[in-house]
Design a protein around this ligand. Structure first.
Ligand SMILES: Nc1ncnc2c1ncn2[C@@H]1O[C@H](COP(=O)(O)OP(=O)(O)O)[C@@H](O)[C@H]1O
Ligand SMILES: [Mg+2]
Length: 291
């Protein structure tokens, strides 16, 4: 088993490359010095405990919050994502957890809401054809594009939300907890969909709390802890235990804490897990007294 951070040597340049990205909310350091690369045709799971900074990172990429520091390179150039429109124009689509679907409208109406086809009036036939084409590409099981979204299952609703995000032909799609609140069969359906996205060459970031889901579809997994990078792993190389240790900081124990206080932090990480600093050491490091 590799214990090294998982990189992709030899691959083309990443579609997304974040370097040194930080974000504060008042006194709260939500993200500190985050690096993240995502390549075309791969699924990167973004995992971490509550408050680890996952949503903040997604909000930076989707133009909800500007970062305080660091750079975001997208599709080969440094970008300044100042609004959700900027993000969409660049080719970054985000499917937020609430999906933002209109329950009373049909599948096709939801797909084309705000971008109805036709120069003078809606071209209903064309929109319906395109809806079916899109859903076919995703191998989606939607009974009819004319039924109201309210009558769809949770998995089907997720499918519609993802399909809608694809209409702008994004290069990166960010899925925030796409399988939360779904049953087993629907989860499988959505995970299949994530695999279709990868097959279609998209870069995918998937936030998830469910390790089984993460292990089922991700190529790599990036762990955030207390707003910092805490390891990037190639999925086939990492065990569930090591992943959970990276998420929870289980490698922080009395010995590593004492070492950190003595100024030798970073040398005693548990095998398979990058060394992590306990919060006290991290705080001390901010003041320049450790490392
Ligand atoms: N708008 C906000 N204002 C103040 N603090 C925030 C805001 N958004 C997030 N935070 C704080 O930033 C940290 C990271 O939060 P978040 O990105 O939501 O983590 P996650 O999504 O991993 O649970 C938390 O301490 C959270 O309380
Ligand atoms: Mg969150």
């Amino acid at each position: 088993m590799s214990t090294m951070p998982a990189e992709r040597p030899g691959a083309a340049a990443p579609v997304l490359s974040m370097r040194g990205v930080s974000k504060h909310f008042g006194a709260v350091a939500a993200l500190t010095d985050i690096d993240l690369d995502v390549y075309a045709g791969e699924v990167v799971a973004l995992v971490g405990d509550n408050g680890a900074g996952k949503s903040t990172l997604v909000k930076i990429l989707s133009g909800v919050h500007p970062q305080d520091a660091g750079t975001v390179n997208f599709d080969g150039r440094d970008v300044n994502i100042q609004s959700p429109v900027d993000a969409l124009n660049l080719g970054i689509a985000t499917v937020f957890q609430d999906l933002a679907l209109c329950d009373n409208l049909s599948v096709v109406d939801n797909l084309f809401l705000g971008r109805e086809l036709g120069p003078w009036r809606l071209n209903e036939g064309e929109m319906e054809v395109q809806s079916w084409e899109l859903l076919r590409q995703l191998s989606a099981k939607i009974p009819s594009v004319r039924i109201a979204v309210a009558s769809l299952s949770g998995g089907q609703r997720q499918t519609v939300a993802i399909a809608r995000s694809l209409l702008g032909s994004p290069k990166l799609i960010i899925l925030d907890e796409p399988t939360a609140a779904l049953g087993v069969a629907q989860t499988a359906e959505v995970l299949n969909l994530v695999e279709r996205l990868r097959e279609n060459g998209l870069a995918v970031i998937m936030i998830s709390h469910n390790m089984q889901d993460v292990q089922a579809v991700s190529d790599r997994v990036a762990v955030l802890r207390l707003g910092r990078n805490n390891g990037t792993f190639r999925m086939k190389d990492v065990s569930t235990d090591d992943l959970i240790a990276a998420i929870t900081g289980a490698a922080v124990n009395v010995v590593t804490q004492r070492a950190a206080q003595a100024g030798t932090a970073g040398t005693l990480g548990k095998a398979g897990v990058p060394p992590v600093r306990p919060p006290e050491a991290a705080a001390a490091a901010e003041e320049g007294s450790v490392q």
